[in-house]
Design a protein around this ligand. Structure first.
Ligand SMILES: Cc1cc2nc3c(=O)[nH]c(=O)nc-3n(C[C@H](O)[C@H](O)[C@H](O)COP(=O)(O)O)c2cc1C
Length: 325
């Protein structure tokens, strides 16, 4: 399958693995890239730019295919050393960066000068248009279903994707709620050039996370996510667990007086405990509604091959078969 995304990134299949905190290590990124998709290392999971440089080298040893690095621009007071991380990306020869969060504009010139292609992840048509305007090569459009931060507009992909297609000139991938060939074919029909998956890739053999995390995703249905941190305008879709219920109780009782300090226990330093130690109730962690469509733990190769083979049969048999001869 050839789309503007496979052409742009030089990949075989139009499938991207979105950056995921404490999941997007070299093991997963290289497995996705070796399977013909685009694997992405999560930049900020690496504590220092030197650590990111090391992770890029590790990934390069595991794959000779293109892979990218995610740079999430957080609304924090004490910003991480973004220039340092960007140097590690450029010096490491990485040619694709997935940006997310705040506007990546301040860092675009240096990345572009180094020949790095930028795909910006955003949750609204206006932000996608802004990304196009500032020179991003592509966008990843994250619908309300997505695991992680869906923004504050609550527009599901059935509307968001065709709206993005109406407005954008640059290619975009559909993100949020993507699990299988049906997701891919539907996204292409809605105007996207490929898909980006987060939660689905956690439940794979190569995802270097605790087995309990994978089993929690397998056990979850589409009803088992919660939206937290909305009163702080930093909405996050997380797996329903004891920490999420406690956090929602706090949101209810504190109302509009809630502050970030009130929720530290549920949000700070959670990811290593969950992803590495398997303490799945130790805090809130991102998970998409798509958990309801995840029933197995394949290798990345099996998953991507299955998506591409099934997509072909959906198009050639199911869809074409519906047309009058
Ligand atoms: C556990 C987890 C951690 C994530 N961490 C990040 C992150 O650090 N930066 C980022 O840009 N997106 C992050 N995301 C969002 C994913 O890259 C992707 O956009 C999202 O998962 C797509 O929705 P889906 O889970 O329905 O596939 C994370 C998602 C999950 C599930």
């Amino acid at each position: 399958m050839k789309t503007r995304i496979t052409e742009l990134f030089g990949i075989r299949h139009p499938i991207i693995q979105g950056g995921m905190h404490y999941v997007g290590f070299a093991e997963l990124a290289s497995a996705v890239s070796n399977a013909g998709g685009l694997g992405i290392i999560t930049g900020l999971t690496q504590k220092t730019p030197q650590d990111l440089a090391g992770e890029i080298q590790r990934c390069r040893k595991m794959t000779d295919k293109p892979f990218g690095v995610n740079l999430t621009f957080l609304p924090t007071i004490q910003a991480p050393d973004y220039p340092g991380y960007i140097n590690a990306i450029i010096d490491g020869g990485v040619k694709i960066v997935e940006t997310a969060g705040r506007n990546p504009q301040p860092y675009m010139p240096i990345l572009q000068e180094a020949g790095v292609k930028i795909i910006h992840k955003c949750t609204s048509v206006r932000h996608a248009l802004k990304a196009e305007k500032i020179g991003c090569d592509a966008v990843s459009v994250d619908g309300f279903e997505c695991g992680g931060h869906p923004g504050e507009d609550d527009i599901p992909n059935m509307i968001l994707l065709p709206r993005a297609a109406e407005e954008l000139t640059i290619p975009f991938v559909a993100s949020g709620g993507m699990a299988d060939a049906r997701s891919l074919v539907a996204s292409l029909a809605l105007g996207a050039d490929g898909i980006n998956m987060g939660t689905r890739f956690i439940a794979t053999q190569e995802a270097p996370v605790h087995e309990k995390v994978k089993q929690a995703i397998l056990s979850a249905t589409e009803l088992d996510t919660r939206l937290v941190l909305r009163p702080l305008r930093n909405t996050e879709r997380v797996l329903a667990n004891t920490a999420a219920e406690r956090l929602l109780e706090k949101e209810k009782s504190l109302g509009s007086s809630i502050k970030i300090e009130d929720v530290i226990e549920e949000v700070a330093g959670v990811y290593p405990k969950v992803m590495m130690d398997g303490e799945i109730h130790s805090g809130v962690w991102s998970c998409g509604m798509v958990a309801g469509l995840i029933h197995d733990i394949p290798t990345c190769g099996q998953l991507i091959d299955r998506i591409m083979a099934d997509a072909e049969s959906i198009v050639r048999e199911r869809l074409e078969g519906m047309l009058a001869p």
